[in-house]
Design a protein around this ligand. Structure first.
Ligand code: SF4
Length: 389
C-alpha cells in the first residue's frame, strides 16, 4: 500500500472486518464479555471516530481510549503555571495551538491572551527560537508538551539555543514518557484490558523494544499501529489473532514508519538534554513515577522553571469532571455527567474535550449515540451534533 486511497479502500476494510468477526468467533472469552483493546494514542482515537471503525467491529470488541493525547492529560496546575509565566510583562509565551484552550483553574492561555498577555501560537519550537532572536529585549518561553514524538524537536531547539548563545530563550518543560504511563494503566485495578494498539508516532522515535514488558510481564498482546483506517483495522485484527492463538507479543503493523530500534539521532538528542523526573502529575491519573522529563543541569539556563518562579500548585479537577474515569476506560465519554451539556468543545470543562485527539471531543464531533444499545456504543459517524445523555 503506497498511496493514501489504498489505506482507505472500502473493499479491503470490509474484508478485514469479516476476518475480525471470524477471529472473534474463535475466542472463547469473547462469549463472556467484550474484548477490550486500548488505543494508547489520541491519533488513533481520532481515526476510530472519524472513520467509524468501532461501527465496523462486532459487539464483542470494544475500544478503550487511552491517555495518549498530551494536551488532555495536562493537569490544571501546569496550565496555571503557563498563565503565570505568560502574564509576566517581559515574557513572550509561545505554544502549539491545541494547548491554547486547555482550562486552568482560573483561565486558559487563550483567555490570558485576551486579557493582554503576550501569548503566541507557533508551529515548531524553532519558531520560538526565531522570536527570541528577533526580540532580544524580551524573554521568549516555549511551552514544551508531548510524548517522545515531540521531545526530539524540543531537545534540538535547546541545543541550537546553546550553540547560538541565546540568553533570552527558555523552555517550560512538560514532556511526558509513554512507557511508565502504560505500566501505571496496567497496574490499575480498574483495568481489564485484553490488548493494546501501540502508538505509531512515539514508536517512530523509541522503536518497538520498550514495549516487550507488556507482553512478557503482563501477558497482553500489543500491535504498533498506523493511523489510516486500514492500519487501525489491520492492527485490531493482529491483536485478536494473537489472542486467538494464545500468543502475547509486540507486533508492528506500522513497519513502513516504525523501525524496531527507533531513531538513534532523536534518542541521543533527548538523552543529551533531558532526564527523568521522579514523578509527574497527570490529569485524571494522578502522579506517575518517572513519567515526565526535565532539563538536565548542563542546560539549566534554558529551563523556565529555574529562570522564573512558577506557582507549581496542584489543583484538583472540578468535581463534575470525570476525565480520569474516561482516561482509565472506566466510563465512556458520553457517560460523564456533563458531556454535551456543561462540557462541549466550545466550552470545555475537561481537557478531553479540548483537543481533536481527546476522546470526548471525538465522541462529540463524530458520534451519534444510540442510548440503550449494547455498551452504549456509537452507532454511526456523522457531523457534529449535540448529544443529551
Ligand atoms: S465530558 Fe468534559 S468533563 Fe466529562 S470527561 Fe469529557 S472532558 Fe472531562
Amino acid at each position: 500500500m503506497k498511496y493514501v486511497d489504498e489505506f482507505r479502500d472500502p473493499e479491503k476494510a470490509r474484508t478485514l472486518a469479516k476476518e475480525i468477526r471470524d477471529l472473534v468467533g474463535r475466542i472463547e472469552r469473547a462469549r463472556r464479555r467484550p474484548l477490550q483493546i486500548m488505543e494508547v494514542c489520541g491519533g488513533h482515537t481520532h481515526s476510530i471516530f472519524r472513520y467509524g471503525i468501532q461501527q465496523m467491529l462486532p459487539d464483542e470488541v470494544e475500544f478503550v481510549h487511552g491517555p495518549g493525547c498530551p494536551v488532555c492529560v495536562l493537569p490544571m496546575g501546569r496550565v496555571d503555571d503557563c498563565v503565570a509565566l505568560a502574564e509576566r510583562p517581559e515574557v513572550i509565551f509561545t505554544t502549539f495551538g491545541d494547548a491554547m484552550r486547555v482550562p486552568g483553574s482560573k483561565k486558559s492561555l487563550l483567555q490570558a491572551k485576551a486579557d493582554g498577555a503576550d501569548v503566541r501560537m507557533v508551529y515548531s519550537p524553532l519558531d520560538a527560537l526565531k522570536l527570541a532572536r528577533e526580540n532580544p529585549g524580551r524573554e521568549v518561553v516555549f511551552f514544551g508538551l508531548g510524548f517522545e514524538t515531540t521531545m526530539p524537536s524540543t531537545a534540538m531547539t535547546v541545543l541550537q539555543a546553546k550553540a547560538e548563545g541565546l540568553r533570552n530563550f527558555s523552555l517550560f518543560c512538560n514532556h511526558i514518557t509513554i512507557i511508565p504511563t502504560i505500566k501505571a494503566i496496567l497496574d490499575s485495578p480498574d483495568m481489564h484490558l485484553d490488548g493494546f494498539l501501540g502508538p505509531g508516532h512515539v514508536s517512530m522515535v523509541i522503536g518497538t523494544r520498550p514495549y516487550q514488558f507488556i507482553a512478557r510481564h503482563y501477558g497482553k498482546p500489543i500491535t504498533i499501529a498506523g493511523f489510516e483506517p486500514l492500519d487501525v483495522l489491520q492492527a485490531v485484527w493482529m491483536v485478536l489473532r494473537q489472542i486467538a492463538e494464545g500468543r502475547c507479543e509486540v507486533e508492528n503493523q506500522y513497519g513502513r514508519v516504525v523501525p524496531e530500534e527507533g531513531n538513534a539521532q532523536a534518542l541521543a538528542a533527548i538523552h543529551e538534554v533531558f532526564e527523568l523526573r521522579e514523578f509527574f502529575e497527570w490529569r485524571g491519573l494522578g502522579s506517575i513515577d518517572h513519567s515526565g522529563v526535565r532539563i538536565r543541569d548542563a542546560y539549566a539556563e534554558f529551563d523556565a522553571e529555574r529562570k522564573f518562579s512558577v506557582p507549581n500548585v496542584r489543583i484538583a479537577d472540578p468535581k463534575s469532571c470525570q476525565c480520569g474515569e474516561v482516561l482509565k476506560g472506566v466510563i465512556k465519554p458520553h457517560e460523564c455527567k456533563v458531556f454535551g451539556t456543561a462540557c462541549t468543545p466550545e466550552t470545555p470543562l475537561g481537557a478531553l474535550m479540548v483537543s481533536s485527539e481527546g476522546a470526548c471531543a471525538a465522541y462529540y464531533s463524530y458520534g451519534r449515540i444510540e442510548l440503550g444499545s449494547k455498551h452504549g456504543r456509537l452507532q454511526h459517524g456523522g457531523p457534529q451534533r449535540r448529544i443529551n445523555p
